[in-house]
Design a protein. Structure first.
Length: 135
C-alpha cells in the first residue's frame, strides 16, 4: 500500500530501514543524508512516499516538486524485501499521484538494481554527472 506521505511517527522505522541498507558508504553519510531529507519534508519542500507491509515501511522514496517538474530521490528498499516489486510499485504509485508533466530520477550509479528498475519503468539517461575530488 502506498502512503502519502509517510507520517513522522514512522520516521524512526525509516531510519532503521536505511541503517539495514547497503546503499550508503558509511553511517555518517547515511545519517547526514536521511536527516537532511527529513528536514526538507518537515519544511514542506519534499514528501516521503512509502510502501507499508504489516504497518511498517519497507520501501520509501523522496519527491521534490517545483512547477511542472518532479524529482524522485533516494529510493530505499529494505534488503529483506528486495526483488519483490516493491520499488517498482512505489515509483509507479508516485508517478500516478504526482500531477507534474515531467519527472526525473537522480541515480548516481549505473548497473545497480535501481538503474535497471528505472529503465524497466520507462526512464532513460539524460546526462552524466562527474565529481572530481582534489587531493
Amino acid at each position: 500500500r502506498l502512503v502519502e506521505p509517510v507520517p513522522e511517527t514512522m520516521w524512526g522505522q525509516l531510519k532503521a530501514m536505511a541503517s539495514a541498507s547497503d546503499d550508503f558508504a558509511d553511517d555518517g553519510l547515511r545519517t547526514w543524508f536521511l536527516e537532511g531529507r527529513l528536514e526538507m519534508v518537515r519544511s514542506g519542500r519534499a514528501q516521503i512516499w512509502g510502501v507499508l507491509v504489516e504497518g511498517s515501511p519497507v520501501a520509501a522514496c523522496f519527491s521534490f516538486t517545483s512547477g511542472a517538474l518532479s524529482r524522485l530521490d533516494q529510493l530505499l528498499v529494505h534488503p529483506d524485501f528486495r526483488r519483490r516489486g516493491l520499488g517498482s510499485a512505489a515509483i509507479a504509485g508516485i508517478r500516478d499521484r504526482l500531477s507534474t508533466s515531467e519527472m526525473i530520477v537522480m541515480e548516481p550509479q549505473t548497473g545497480n538494481w535501481r538503474s535497471q528498475m528505472y529503465r524497466r519503468l520507462g526512464f532513460g539517461p539524460v546526462g552524466v554527472t562527474v565529481t572530481v575530488v582534489e587531493r
